[in-house]
Design a protein around this ligand. Structure first.
Ligand SMILES: *[C@@H]1O[C@H](CO)[C@@H](O)[C@H](O)[C@H]1NC(C)=O
Ligand SMILES: *[C@@H]1O[C@H](CO)[C@@H](O)[C@H](O)[C@H]1NC(C)=O
Ligand SMILES: *[C@@H]1O[C@H](CO)[C@@H](O)[C@H](O)[C@H]1NC(C)=O
Ligand SMILES: *[C@@H]1O[C@H](CO)[C@@H](O)[C@H](O)[C@H]1NC(C)=O
Ligand SMILES: *[C@@H]1O[C@H](CO)[C@@H](O)[C@H](O)[C@H]1NC(C)=O
Ligand SMILES: *[C@@H]1O[C@H](CO)[C@@H](O)[C@H](O)[C@H]1NC(C)=O
Length: 412
């Protein structure tokens, strides 16, 4: 075997091994439990793995299998050009192939009795589901494009979301302490500030109710690393609540307050001040010992350490703003979303999981563009800052932020 082939085989075996480890030891299976449908299916996990490994071990078989797809713009024809993948599915054709291979055994089974048999390949099922997510067009439109009944379209969309949200939920699970160290190292290389474990943000999605009543709004809360990878997501909150209220209702808040997350022993800096792990958030969030928000305007003056801290803070926060904007690049999430609330939550989960898998494959097709846009967004957005309470928790939080501010000064 050529060494190039061998290397490819080895690297795919190693990634299978990582996948296997993740499945056997899910890092934090309880921490993203707001996604719908929480029945994980170990048997299907197993099936998926054995099929994947078999495919890896017999590259010839794999090469022969192509996922022929209907071109959604020309019913009856097959999608071939790489551009059409990017335009229709917001991913490159090679990502599509990879995803089709990964999902095939899961998409190709258990058709409901009333639709049976759905004579569609896994690739076409994936194409139908992805088209709804990437483009956002409605069920009848997709039905015409792909030349299949509306009931089949609905089934394929639901099935794709279900498979992603149940079997690939670990793609959005909170890192273990070793991985978290890499996360904070990478924030540190951007800003000079140590121990930051993620940037928190919340996004709102408009849901179409019906023509007689006004739309609803759903919120999701994300925590991302410096590359925009989603480390935690909880979705389905009432979007008219403010960010602080949503944070306090989330499992993330509970887990951190109870010491289940961000609980690594504190590091001690040269001034003998203990620095715990923390997240960063914008001014709509409260200042907590584990959540650092910027100093408000009247606490900062030009050239002050507070100003340096705010600058470092903003640099670290950009990835969260960029990710929130990228989620809206999925046509379905741009809204108003015409579907049941349960499905909307599934869309948010599925798009987040796809977001991470695209990043993992370095496919940046669906990522939001220029950074200036986020600054503008920030300018327009005015949520009042939280009042800082006069208690022990705040004293600790203020001390941590002051320590970080002195470090920000040194680095800039
Ligand atoms: C998880 O599953 C259990 C039992 O099937 C159910 O009672 C619970 O409501 C589910 N939770 C969510 C968040 O779907
Ligand atoms: C699928 O194919 C079978 C036989 O090839 C046919 O009898 C059946 O009607 C087809 N089902 C659909 C939904 O087109
Ligand atoms: C894909 O993402 C881009 C942003 O990068 C967006 O403008 C475009 O509408 C998306 N295409 C589809 C089909 O969703
Ligand atoms: C969905 O597809 C139609 C037709 O190809 C296109 O005109 C439209 O811009 C797409 N929407 C998005 C959000 O990409
Ligand atoms: C809070 O929520 C709003 C929407 O109400 C959102 O635009 C904003 O970016 C959020 N973030 C922060 C840090 O307040
Ligand atoms: C958020 O909403 C809660 C409840 O309505 C309110 O008590 C709190 O002051 C609000 N926080 C901010 C920062 O606006």
């Amino acid at each position: 075997m050529e060494s190039r082939k061998l290397a490819a085989l080895l690297s795919s075996l190693i990634s299978q091994l990582l996948l296997l480890l993740l499945l056997i030891f899910p890092p934090n299976s309880t921490h993203s439990n707001s996604l719908p449908n929480n029945n994980s299916l170990p048997l299907i996990h197993h099936l998926l793995l054995s099929n994947q490994i078999a495919a890896t071990l017999s590259p010839k078989r794999k090469r022969k299998r192509r996922h022929n797809l209907f071109d959604p713009d020309q019913p009856g024809s097959v999608l071939r050009s790489p551009d059409s993948f990017v335009n229709s599915y917001n991913m490159t054709s090679s990502t599509f192939e990879w995803l089709a291979g990964l999902l095939e055994p899961l998409l190709d089974c258990r058709d409901p009795a009333e639709l049976f048999p759905i004579n569609l390949t896994a690739g076409t099922r994936l194409g139908i589901g992805l088209f709804r997510l990437a483009n956002g067009s409605d069920y009848p439109d997709i039905s015409t494009r792909f030349g299949v009944p509306v009931s089949v379209v609905k089934f394929c969309v639901k099935q794709l979301c279900r498979v992603l949200c149940t079997n690939f939920r670990f793609w959005v699970s909170f890192p273990n302490s070793n991985e978290l160290e890499l996360v904070s190292k990478s924030f540190q290389s951007l800003s000079g500030l140590p121990n930051c474990c993620g940037a928190i943000e919340s996004c709102r999605f408009e849901v179409f109710k019906d023509s007689t009543s006004s739309n609803r709004c759903l919120a999701a809360q994300i925590v991302v690393d410096s590359s925009g990878r989603i480390l935690n997501i909880v979705a389905g909150f009432d979007g008219y609540k403010n960010n602080t209220t949503i944070l306090k209702a989330s499992t993330l808040y509970k887990d951190i307050e109870e010491g289940m997350l961000l609980n690594n022993s504190p590091s001690i800096n040269e001034n003998e001040v203990m620095l715990n792990q923390y997240l960063i958030g914008g001014k709509g969030y409260p200042l907590l010992p584990w959540l650092m928000v910027p100093f408000v305007d009247d606490e900062t003056s030009p050239g002050s350490i507070e100003e340096s801290f705010n600058e470092a803070h903003e640099v670290m926060r950009l990835s969260a703003l960029k990710t929130a904007a990228s989620l809206k690049n999925w046509g379905i999430l741009r809204g108003p979303i015409h579907d049941e609330v349960k499905m909307v939550v599934a869309y948010i989960g599925a798009c987040s999981i796809l977001h991470n898998s695209l990043l993992m494959r370095e496919d940046f097709t669906a990522l939001a563009g220029a950074l200036e846009d986020y600054h503008l967004q920030q300018e327009r957005y005015r949520e009042d800052s939280c009042r800082i309470e006069d208690d022990l928790v705040s004293v600790k939080a203020l001390a941590t932020r002051s320590t970080l501010a002195t470090m920000a000064r040194k680095n800039s």
